[in-house]
Design a protein around this ligand. Structure first.
Ligand code: GLN
Length: 214
């Protein structure tokens, strides 16, 4: 890790890559785009962006990236997945395509598009363990939730107050209290997109994890 600025790869096949780069830059990391297997070498951490998990998985397979990424995560590379990225990190995917390509490593079952059509996009406020300073603003876009967690997985956040639904103007109702952020060792995942809010605290937590300070 040179000059104290950890080099963090952002998987740049599809999704909100630029927003993650910006958030990482804001918390003192050096973001780099990962598109080819050679880009995986020399990373201190990896971010898997939001987008469409089936598309990202297929492109990662096509570009020969899936195996190198799996290997890197298996060998201990810290990784953070938001939304589609959370799905890519999950060992089990409910509501996914059969044999949907994934990186895996996180001992959770994640349900795709879990919040249903009527509330497929909304903003909430989430109290998150390890993140000081009050609830984190969180944007949920056709988000997954975590249905079950294995023994080594820490639940960091459950859905708190929904501010409004972008599509209906209502909150998520029965979905409240579902698990929306988890950590297992050096793997972090959120159902939501902190990179779209301008609040860098979740990325700061990840950078602390990368530096071994959290
Ligand atoms: N529903 C998407 C998927 O299954 C995830 C949505 C997102 O990343 N905003 O991949």
């Amino acid at each position: 890790m040179s000059r104290g600025r950890p080099r963090i790869g952002v998987l740049a096949l599809q999704g909100d890559v630029r927003e993650h780069q910006r958030a990482l830059d804001a918390v003192g990391a050096e973001p780099v785009r990962v598109r080819r297997p050679a880009d995986v070498a020399g990373l201190d951490g990896l971010v898997l962006p939001g987008g469409e998990s089936t598309t990202i998985g297929k492109l990662a397979t096509t570009f020969g990236l899936l195996e190198p990424l799996r290997e890197a995560v298996r060998e201990g590379l810290p990784a953070y997945g938001s939304c589609a990225g959370m799905i890519l990190l999950a060992n089990e995917i409910a509501g996914g395509l059969d044999d949907q390509p994934r990186i895996g490593g996180l001992d959770v079952t994640v349900r795709r598009n879990a919040f249903g059509r009527q509330v497929d996009s909304f903003e909430g406020a989430v109290e998150m363990a390890g993140v000081a300073g009050g609830a984190v603003p969180a944007v949920f876009i056709r988000a997954p939730w975590v249905e079950s967690v294995g023994d080594g997985v820490e639940v960091l956040a459950r859905l708190g107050t929904a501010v409004h639904s972008r599509s209906t103007g209502r909150g998520p109702g029965p979905a409240a209290a579902t698990i929306v952020a988890v950590r297992q060792g050096r793997l972090l995942a959120t159902s939501f997109h902190p990179e779209l809010t301008g609040d860098p605290r979740v990325h700061a937590l990840f950078v602390e994890m990368v530096k071994g300070q959290s």
